[in-house]
Ligand binder design. Structure first.
Ligand SMILES: Nc1ncnc2c1ncn2[C@@H]1O[C@H](COP(=O)(O)OP(=O)(O)O)[C@@H](O)[C@H]1O
Ligand SMILES: [Mg+2]
Length: 824
């Protein structure tokens, strides 16, 4: 009847791990005392060994499965295995063990959900732990210092490890989500799928659970009560659709529950009547019934899927759109891979929850209700037996929920590790080959792959045990009903059963009853697992919320003024994560239409000026004004249109030269692009490309040289017709001749008289002709004047100049770049 029993894998060969777990994990934790970590004091080796043996076994457990989250039972108790026992003190009575555990509980209360979530998100050093280790903390409470972060913000965990793992997590999620979708798809709906659900349901939910670990790494395992309102809030805008889909699915489930009644009718009515006409009518009814049932099933599945896709698509698009409007600081704080994973993988984790939650759960609950009602209506004493079976199944499912959740998360994390190792090596394949590190890299990958295999096997084992337990409960229940019912129907017990309460039992009722019991199993398991899925989805949702509720970059409202004079007064600015300010007391004025050059040693703060001018950041103190208006008062989009930056590392997108130059000015026609290319001195090399401006430049412009990329970036800035042009060492990649071309081009553009230029340069020759030159050091302007004045003054500029000239004369210009300038 419940066919998952047949799929139950053979477990016998692997039997011991849980006991090992039972012995190790909690004891290790339980025995830890403040003094434990200290090295043993002097004494002979034998005593030390005994000490060690008694206090804390050295060997690492093979599997450490015991990190529990808030208020959840530990893996061990969930498995109902032997309670933790101390080696060497086995005589300790269980009672005292319990007392000790209670004392520990009191001293170290179980984690609140947020804390557990943060722990889950904490980076794991997989290399330290054998088999990738379900690195766990039995009490549910990790070292407290690590719990500072919020539940849904792995990034709040300090330190480079945390960040590194966030990225890895990002990748692993995507894979996980893919797999989950596959499993969910396989579970599907329809008659076959309905039968499959018992087993597949677990697969789905386990996948979902995995997502928790991978996406957020941190599903706070809170009660459904906490998760449901969030789900409802998400679906609120789609109220009508939710109701429609749910109705359709409920009707479809109700119709599906009619089937056993046909069996009952045949056994109790048609067969005794022995009338051919009855069978004829029945055949027609059955054909109609199954056609309608499958049509409803199909419609329900399709409509719910379409609905889910729509919700998820909306969430994904709006999250991404919002993500792009967040302040730059938000992007530098979190690795791009992790941010991307929020939009892609976390949204996919939502998909599973919505698919299950919004569409199926209603149908499943409805099915349970209908089936139980029918059972009670047919024969209530037997129905009570069925209820007992459901309770037993629930108990089995609950017992395995926690270990399965952990294992799924660990498996997912391992997929991420594997991906990370492979991606890194393939991304740097030239270096790998250059250092003949192929074997080393495949060794690393092999290690991860092995851990993955072990973890996956362990998960399968638990799944198998759980399915076996469920099968056992269902089978024993069915058996009991069969035997008791059989005795009652046959009258084998004579009058003994006649005194039992309840209506008369017929063969038909008994058979229908057994069929209903089978129909009950799938929905029950589905509902039991829904909590997991809900938690997984809500964890993802919380991570998304963290982005969605964050404010976009602030914008002023004033339109762009006429003038383009750029003034910075007493500007102080510190990067969000930096300790010292990058600019402090920075004063600079670039007159409208004028050209000012910034020179000085690396790290002085020149590029920072370009970021502030674009208002990618706001200064802490002081003021930056364009045409007399504070940047904070200006409309942000207008400001950024007015200022074109050619950054130090020019950005080139995959696509053609034309598309690249037109980036930011989509309305420009090809003739404009050609003019901009000519002004930027790029026309010659573009003309020599195989397809001219239509040549593809490759990802990140790999098919171009550094100098060519810069010229494209200059052309792009010129095309935008910006009124302020900022070149950040834009000529540092160009040779002297090309530099001259660019200078002329820029001069030609300047002749139109409307562009204010801020040029940052290493090569002092480039900026010789600037109206004014400012030497930037330690975040402020230390010298200012035109070339002749500054040389005559014999200060910092003159020294820089001398160094570069000497370098040129020695034929080692490169070494004479300002990085060599002695500090102070
Ligand atoms: N995103 C950042 N976060 C923290 N510190 C930064 C960041 N970017 C630059 N800095 C620091 O700010 C200082 C000025 O950097 P930058 O403006 O790039 O110098 P320059 O362009 O003159 O070489 C340096 O000390 C640098 O380390
Ligand atoms: Mg710089």
């Amino acid at each position: 009847m419940v066919d998952h029993r047949r799929r139950r894998p053979r477990e016998r060969g692997l039997g011991l791990a849980p006991r090992r777990l039972a012995r190790r994990g909690p004891r290790r934790r339980g025995r830890r005392r403040p003094g434990d970590a200290a090295a043993p004091v002097a004494g002979h080796a034998g005593r030390r060994r005994r000490e060690r043996g008694r206090r804390r076994p050295r060997r690492r457990p093979r599997y450490r499965l015991v990190r529990t989250a808030a208020g959840e039972r530990s893996h061990l108790s969930a498995l109902r295995l032997r309670p933790p026992r101390r080696r060497g003190s086995s005589a300790r009575p269980a009672r005292r063990q319990g007392a000790r555990r209670r004392a520990l509980d009191a001293r170290w209360p179980r984690c609140p959900p947020a804390a557990a979530g943060a722990w889950a998100a904490a980076p794991r050093d997989h290399r330290r732990l054998p088999h990738g280790a379900l690195d766990a903390r039995p009490r549910g409470c990790p070292a407290r210092a690590r719990l500072a972060g919020g539940a849904s913000q792995p990034r709040t965990l300090d330190g480079p490890r945390g960040r590194r793992h966030a990225g890895v997590g990002g990748r692993q999620v995507r894979l996980g989500a893919l797999r989950e979708r596959r499993v969910a798809g396989a579970a599907g709906s329809g008659p076959l799928a309905r039968r499959r659900r018992v087993g597949a349901g677990h697969g789905v939910s386990a996948g979902g659970i995995g997502d928790v670990g991978a996406t957020g790494g941190n599903a706070p395992a809170g009660p459904v009560a906490r998760a449901l309102p969030r789900l409802l809030a998400l679906l609120a805008p789609y109220r009508a659709q939710v109701v429609g889909v749910s109705l359709l699915i409920a009707v479809s489930s109700a119709v599906a529950q009619l089937a056993p009644q046909f069996a009952r009718y045949v056994l109790d009515v048609a067969i005794p009547a022995g009338d051919l006409r009855i069978f004829g009518v029945l055949a027609l009814v059955l054909v109609a019934y199954y056609v309608i049932r499958e049509a409803l099933e199909y419609a329900g599945m399709f409509v719910s899927f379409a609905f889910t896709q729509r919700v998820v698509d909306d969430v994904r698009r709006s999250t991404y759109a919002h993500l792009l409007t967040l302040p730059l600081a938000r992007f530098t704080r979190e690795r791009s891979g992790s941010l991307v994973s929020r939009v892609v993988a976390d949204v996919n984790a939502l998909e599973a929850m919505i698919q299950a939650g919004a569409s199926r759960i209603v149908g499943q609950l409805f099915s349970i209700g209908v089936v139980l009602a029918l059972m009670f209506a047919m024969h209530w004493p037997l129905a009570l037996v069925a209820v007992l079976v459901v309770v037993a199944m629930s108990a089995v499912t609950m017992a395995f929920q926690e270990p399965l959740r952990r294992l799924a998360r660990a498996v997912r994390a391992k997929v991420g590790d594997m991906t990370a190792v492979a991606t890194e090596a393939i991304g740097h394949i030239a270096t790998v080959k250059g250092f003949t590190a192929e074997a080393q890299e495949s060794g690393r990958f092999g290690g991860e792959s092995r851990s993955y295999r072990r973890l996956n096997l362990e998960r399968r084992r638990h799944l198998g045990l759980m399915q076996g337990g469920i099968g056992l409960a269902g089978g024993l229940g069915a058996g009991a009903i069969l035997v008791i019912g059989g005795i009652a129907v046959s009258g084998a017990a004579g009058d003994a059963l006649a005194t039992l309460p309840g209506p008369e039992l017929t063969v038909g009722v008994l058979v229908a009853f057994l069929l209903y019991l089978g129909q009950l199993m799938g929905p029950v398991v589905f509902v039991l697992n829904f909590n997991n899925q809900l938690q997984a989805g809500v964890a993802a949702l919380e991570r998304l919320d963290e982005l969605i509720t964050r404010p976009s970059e602030p914008s002023g409202e004033r339109a762009l003024p006429e003038g383009t004079e750029l003034v910075m007064q007493g500007v102080r600015f510190r990067y969000p994560e930096a300790e010292r300010p990058a600019l402090d007391g920075f004063d600079l004025t670039v007159p409208a239409g004028g050209t000012v050059a910034l020179v000085g040693a690396s790290g002085g703060g020149k590029s920072t000026v370009t970021r502030l001018v674009q208002r990618l950041y706001d200064p802490e103190a002081g003021r930056i004004a364009l045409g007399g208006v504070d940047l904070r008062d200006l409309d942000l989009r207008a400001l950024r249109r007015a200022i074109a930056i050619v950054p130090q590392e020019p950005t080139v997108f995959s696509g053609s030269v034309l598309e690249n130059v037109r980036y930011g000015s989509p309305e420009a026609v090809e003739a404009d692009v050609l003019r901009a290319l000519t002004l930027a001195g790029a026309a010659t090399f573009v003309g020599e490309l195989p397809q001219g401006v239509h040549t593809e430049v490759g990802e990140r412009g790999v098919k171009l040289s550094g100098g060519q990329r810069q010229r494209l970036a200059i052309a792009r800035a010129l095309l935008r017709g910006a009124r302020v042009l900022v070149l950040d060492e834009a000529t540092s990649h160009l040779d002297a001749e090309a530099e001259a071309v660019v200078q002329e081009a820029l001069a030609g553009r300047l002749a139109e008289g409307s562009v204010t230029m801020l040029v940052i340069a290493h090569r002092l020759a480039t900026v010789r002709e600037a109206d004014a030159i400012a030497v930037v050091e330690g975040g402020r302007v230390v010298e200012r004047g035109d070339h002749a004045t500054l040389i005559a003054r014999g200060g910092r500029y003159a020294r820089l100049h001398m160094l570069q000239h000497r370098g040129l004369a020695d034929g080692r210009y490169g070494a004479a770049q300002d990085g060599d300038e002695p500090a102070g």
